[in-house]
Design a protein around this ligand. Sequence first.
Ligand code: SAH
Length: 259
Amino acid sequence: MGKVWFVGAGPGDPELITVKGRGLIEKADAILFAGSLVSEATTRWAKSGCEIQDSKGMDLEQIVGWLIEQAQDNRTVIRLQTGDPGLYGALIEMVQPLDEAGIEVGVVPGVSSAMASAAAGVESLTLPEVTQTVILTRVEGRTPMPSGESLPELAQHHCTLCLFLSITLLKKVQTDLLAAGWPEESPILVVHKASWPDEEKIIRGTLADIRDKCRAEKVNSQAMIIVSPTIGARHWSELKKSKLYDKSFSHRFRKGISE
Ligand code: SAH
């Protein structure tokens, strides 16, 4: 019996896959990739003879059926997923039937679009004395949110919020954040197709105008919304520095100098 690997392909740029993920692609006998979000270029390291299939038109049952069939043929099989497989990736729905079929499973993490979007904007998701917390979430759409996790509730923390799957719900993002006490001028970063060569779009705005800006740029899919008190910190004149690099701060690898 072969093994099925769920491999994080990263956010789009084929070079953002991990070394381990790439090594598995080179070795794989069969690769099923999520063509709507994973660049086919990521499969360019596959050996000749590797069976490569786009899962764009397949439902869960067909996907799982394909993976099981390939693995039963004693092959090394890859399910190539966008970003990290553990975030909005239906991972467990696919793993359970594989467990039932007695097929070994492995997961290789990937660079999530949340991280790639922050990188695209040269932003830090945490800053000393500003926020030390990041919430990865989504706005309620067709998938209901569990209790306590609605945007108005999460926004109460005033920490960094990375909103997946929510670009068509920007109106709700505005309303909910205003209701949670975020000022209209709160900066927002929207990144469309972060890291995709020649396709990435970075849109900066505020709670008040981000919707109009996204509309003007025709951004209505594959976008990350980052709302954070850290956005734009690159241009701040007053910045609280991290203790880690402070001259007077001692830690395991360095003795601080008292002034
Ligand atoms: N597992 C993925 C998320 C899958 S859900 C990850 O870790 O990134 C799909 C959502 O992810 C999209 O609606 C969008 O909000 C976000 N997304 C995926 N790729 C993106 C990219 N390259 N740029 C911006 N957002 C992206």
